[in-house]
Design a protein around this ligand. Sequence first.
Ligand SMILES: Cc1ncc(C[n+]2csc(CCOP(=O)(O)OP(=O)(O)O)c2C)c(N)n1
Ligand SMILES: [Mg+2]
Length: 436
Amino acid sequence: MSVSTLSNVEPLVPSDSEYKVRSASIKKFKKDELLEVYRLMSISRRLDDKMLTLLKQGRGFFHIGCSGHEAIQLAASRAMTPKKDWGMLYYRDMAFSLGMGMTARDLLSAHLSKVTDTSYGKQMPSHFNHKELRIVSVPSAIGAQFLPGLGVAQASKFLGTDEVVYISSGDGGTSQGSFFELLNWATRGKVPAIIVVQDNKYAISVPVSQQTSNKSISKTVSGFENLEIFEVDGTDFFNSYAAMEKAVKRAREGKGPSLVHAHVVRLLPHSSSDDQRKYRPEDELERDRQFDCIKILGEQLIDAGLTTEEELTQIHDEVKLSVDDDTKWCLQQDDPKPEDGLRFVYSEKDLGLEYEKSTPAGEPIVMVDAINHAMAEEMERDERVIVFGEDVADGKGGVFTATRGLTEKFGSTRCYNSPLAEASIVGTACGLSVQP
Ligand SMILES: Cc1ncc(C[n+]2csc(CCOP(=O)(O)OP(=O)(O)O)c2C)c(N)n1
Ligand SMILES: [Mg+2]
């Protein structure tokens, strides 16, 4: 990076961090690849501006910005394989979504809740989702992606694929209990999860120092065995990419999860409902602006002789025109019809279930044995049916013997004990059911 930008500012990664990683070399990439990253950063930033304008015009409803988080997100998308790997995102992941293949039209359609939105106008804006791109719908409740994300990663392992799962969060989200349940089971099971914490130092107005022991998320999680930790400058594409590349490789090779602690800056207020000048001093906001990843990448590309100011200006101009064009297109799309409000809530496929036609048969048996037989029959019928929970495995089969014999019959990858954590059991079951 050019010395001119950041010479008088403390680096974002503490100098004594044990988890620093050497940046990827710029020579590793082709010029076109880097200009594409620059273009995607610019689209994401422009979309933030455009959505805020639409909101002021009374056309949009709500917005949460990505500005300041783009470099780590695009580095993640470049290290992963779209349509193969999975995204369990949080609401700031717009650049990641673009990097994996969502378009400006998809994102504007979501912002304006049009029928062209991938959720048919049902999700809130900034709640990214795209079935073919394996971006699972973002939940509003902070941290609700953690345990389903763990389930998706467990499914990769169970099915023997080498698909990896990006599970992201802000710094505040790491205070949730489910974050620690995720770390416990992900490391115990060495699942292919890459947990990316985008640490912008604030959870709305609450500073990270009031949120996290050690005042550092990477230090807090340092005791988990099998967890590789990387602490990076998430405003620097090359530093972020180095960590993501290692984390993805490790996950694909079955070596276990990583936590990428990415320091970023929040260049916009928390959301369109917030005014950060009420709780952040101007000199801090000014310092954050110096870590603008678009400027940083631009200078890195110019310093390496890969581009010129003029070429970058041209990219911004083209992006501006194309986003304007996409906005016009989007405004012309239909709004969802009220009568479709209940569509796509439950599966619209014929599930082929015929309970009513079955007639009880055979000798009467006690209920718990009937449950045991039903589970065994289902496991026999479909090799993807698994049973897991507290105290269910091996010979005993739980306090009430409901699962007795299942481990012997189907093996310990299909009937196993979980950690004693009910949110994990339900959350991972949801995630396991996401994989086709
Ligand atoms: C379970 C839950 N609690 C509280 C909220 C309200 N809320 C929404 S975003 C947010 C702050 C999250 O901060 P952080 O995880 O640091 O992410 P950032 O927005 O800074 O990227 C809060 C408290 C919520 N949506 N869900
Ligand atoms: Mg935050």
